[in-house]
Write a protein that binds this ligand. Structure first.
Ligand SMILES: [Zn+2]
Length: 170
């Protein structure tokens, strides 16, 4: 584990994004949800990297890619402690923490079939209130159904449903 951490430090990227302090086990779900897994760019992914602050964490480094607002929000839902560093010429030019909004719009589906957000005649965008950040608990503002992180179904641009899959911790 020590060696991996050292390697990740050495393996700097010239330009792009480092997503650090991802909750251990969520890196692959983040790549899937944000669509970054389809990128052809160079990526370094560390899963269960030992960390001083937390017991272990995941880290993603991706060359030549900067995240958009939607991707930042998706990451904040999965990993509210994640930090995003923008890299230019091998240096961090900006570092920011993701921020889980108090309400999450459009990114998540309400699976309650009787919820007004699923109405075929008058579809309206979903909206969830964040009740608790960690562990995450959100509530649909329309039908008031409460969801934990592992129950969330995300929307995606291909209209495919994406579920939260945390890698099993051994
Ligand atoms: Zn609902």
């Amino acid at each position: 584990m020590k060696m991996l951490e050292e390697k990740l430090k050495i393996d700097k990227i010239s330009k792009g994004t480092v997503i650090d302090h991802i909750d251990a086990g969520y890196a692959l779900t983040i790549l899937n949800l944000t669509g970054l897994e389809e990128s052809k760019n160079l990526m370094t992914i560390g899963v269960n990297v030992s960390s001083k602050k937390h017991n272990s964490k995941d880290i993603i480094k991706i060359e030549g890619v900067f995240l958009n607002e939607t991707q930042m929000q998706q990451i904040s839902i999965l990993s509210p402690n994640a930090s995003i560093s923008l890299i230019e010429n091998y240096k961090v030019i900006e570092k920011k923490k993701v921020k889980l909004p108090s309400t999450i719009r459009k990114l998540i589906l309400c699976v309650n079939t009787t919820c007004i957000s699923n109405s075929i005649k008058e579809p309206i965008s979903t909206e969830f209130m964040v009740l608790e950040e960690k562990p995450l608990k959100i509530q649909c503002i329309y039908c008031e159904r409460i969801y934990k992180l592992e129950e969330i179904v995300f929307t995606s641009k291909e209209k495919k449903e994406k579920k939260v899959i945390q890698r099993i911790q051994l």
